[in-house]
Design a protein around this ligand. Structure first.
Ligand code: DHB
Length: 306
């Protein structure tokens, strides 16, 4: 990415940016333009599947499947990679376990496209915040062992009594602390558009603007913008994407009462236009059996992203 600081060579125009982001952010850093990730002018797409898609099969006591079974399925689906969501690793997972899974992936011709954590950096200073940060750092260590280049993170949820600005600053500080550690391990952290302060494109961009790390970027989730036309919002964050997760439906209201099949052609066009080069990760979240539904959707995605 150049997620170097060139993209922070802001143009003048503080007032416009303050308006665009709802006024949240660090007063000295407002800007009207942010440099996108430097690419080489042409797109490249590689296909992966998130283990989150198999969540019902990978949880329960006993779970029906293990991550090793999931990896076998990814190979059967002829994917380039697999996304090994943190949630489905046993709590006592060792580095030896991670290396075994990494070896399985290699033998099957799969890269590990990334992992994903469910952090919350909205907590004020204290034990819970320390735990959240320590947990992300633990997964940075694990991502390094797995050979995963990127970890999907959340910003978190605002807590009672916090101003919008306090929430934003806490989240930015949490992300920066983890990005510092991530960079020391060669790992990127990619912020998902995932509700709360990241429920709008402007909200996501306020983090892109304020988090100062070359190891930071966006995890574009195609199904998580609910206002007006989700694709317009997705196009705004696409230039900063380090990872793309594709849902099979979109919805333009928060209650998700009007789900529409994702327009894979339109999504591919947006990512082509922003010269995205990286993984397109199916994250199947609907009620069907993922073992039968994922191959069907991957066939459509393959066609659209060819
Ligand atoms: O990782 C998660 O918990 C999670 C939940 C719901 C989503 O839509 C998503 O993208 C991720």
């Amino acid at each position: 990415m150049s997620l170097n600081f060139d993209r922070r060579k802001f143009m003048l125009g503080c007032a416009a940016a303050t308006a665009a982001t709802g006024g949240v952010g660090s007063p000295g850093k407002h800007a009207s333009a942010i440099e996108p990730i430097a690419r080489n002018g042409s797109h490249k797409f590689k296909l992966s599947l998130a283990a989150y898609s198999y969540r019902d099969l990978l949880t329960g006591d006993p779970a029906e499947l293990t991550l090793a079974d999931f990896v076998d399925d990814c190979a059967k689906m002829n994917l380039d990679a697999t996304e090994l969501t943190s949630y489905y690793f046993p709590a006592d997972t060792t580095d030896a376990d991670l290396r075994k899974l990494k070896q399985q992936c290699f033998h099957l011709g799969l890269s590990v496209s990334g992992t994903a954590v469910g952090n919350d950096f909205g907590f004020p200073p204290g034990a819970e915040r320390d735990r959240q940060i320590a947990d992300v750092k633990r997964w940075i260590d694990r991502a390094e062992v797995l050979g995963a280049p990127v970890i999907r993170i959340f910003a978190g949820k605002p807590k009672q009594g916090q101003s919008q600005q306090q929430t934003h600053d806490l989240m930015v500080e949490g992300i920066e602390a983890c990005c510092q550690y991530a960079g020391e391990h060669g790992i990127h952290l990619a912020l998902e558009n995932h509700g709360g302060p990241t429920s709008t494109a402007e909200g996501v961009l306020s983090f892109v603007r304020d988090v100062r790390s070359p190891w930071f970027g966006v995890n574009l989730d195609s199904g998580n913008f609910y206002y007006d036309d989700p694709y317009t919002d997705l196009a705004k964050i696409a230039p900063y994407a380090l990872n793309v997760q594709v849902k099979v439906v979109t919805s333009n209201n928060e209650e998700r009462t009007n789900k529409q099949p994702t327009d894979y052609d339109r999504l591919a066009r947006i990512l082509k236009d922003s010269n995205y080069r990286g993984y397109i990760v199916l994250e199947y979240e609907e009620a069907g059996d993922p073992r039968t539904e994922c191959p069907k959707h991957l066939a459509e995605i393959r066609k659209a992203f060819a």
